[in-house]
Design a protein around this ligand. Sequence first.
Ligand code: NAD
Ligand code: UD1
Length: 333
Amino acid sequence: MNILVSGGLGYIGSHTCVALLEAGHSVIIVDNLSNSKKETAEKIINITNKQVIFYEVDLTDDKAVSMIFDNHKIDGVIHFAALKAVGESIKKPIEYYYNNLVSTMVLVKYCLKYNVNKFVFSSSATVYGENRVPFNELMELFPTTNPYGETKVMSERILKDVAQANPMFSVSILRYFNPVGAHESGLIGESPNGIPNNLMPYITQVAKGKLKKLKVFGDNYPTVDGTGVRDFIHVVDLAEGHVAALNNLKKGVHIYNLGTGKGTSVLELINAFEEANGIKIPYEVVDRRPGDIAECYADVTKAYQELGWRASRDIFRMCKDAWNFEKNNSLDY
Ligand code: NAD
Ligand code: UD1
């Protein structure tokens, strides 16, 4: 199939392009490079030995998106493009609502116009809010604590309404847990701008010496060792989950958790990283981060039953591949 991948040069999008190309699909990447680099397209080509088409286009630019649908026979869309920094979204709500919601609406509008009925959407476990773990897809959603999370809740709602009005439209909403790690080649991975907000990139930058020491946000949660527990999933497993979702699309809207189903605490992740890579990670415990929940992990039954997909890479592999990418990439990657 010819798949339009929005945000395809970003962290999860680039790994998914590799998985799609390896599964025999063609990809048309649309990205405005707001959080990615053009060279990533070359890296995807290097890894797969297959060509990709790239448009440097902002998805809120209605005319430019229309032109892409005019130029290509598109069979399906995977929509990754979004702004994703939680803290920034609190400071810049309009930018987040505008970018994330208008992008989704423009893409869906042209899918309907050009009879593209396959749509896969990047959502987040953040929509579960403070539900009881493990989170399953039938749970009622609680309000999130920030505009970023709300853009995911609202986009899910928009897609449900569109599918209801257009019975041929098939949507998979994928709720990601905590993607970490990198492609085994070390060519593509996560390279956040500035000081990382998320745990794994912070750890790899401490390992590299770019940052002095990790701050552990709270050790008095009601968890195994008092630190936060998350469902870390290898980004290549996540990428493969998209291929499975695309191959198993059904009419209407279907929601799937993409996680491992296993919770790992912050201290357990530090230990796993140290063991996997033989590097000490200095850390200190500080106050809780506002907005954090104690535990977040998935019930992954539905994705396995309906998509035949489950994550296979363990926490050591995640730590090894995350470090392999960090140490192979210069500061200005
Ligand atoms: P990323 O920032 O690496 O990738 C997003 C890409 O979209 C970037 O390349 C960016 O340049 C592009 N983009 C943003 N707005 C655009 C626009 N208007 N037009 C064109 N391109 C645009 O992020 P990621 O980690 O790969 O996340 C991908 C998706 O998954 C996002 O929707 C994100 O909200 C969601 N998600 C990510 C995580 C995570 O931990 N990384 C967790 C849950 C959900
Ligand atoms: C964050 C986002 C969430 C998003 C998810 C995946 C916030 C508040 N939430 O969630 O919306 O869906 O990423 O991208 O940003 N930690 C430390 N020290 C650090 C960084 C993190 O101790 O320097 C701890 C956190 O307190 C948490 C765990 O590590 O317990 C994971 O944090 P993080 O990687 O930021 O992911 P989430 O909090 O799950």
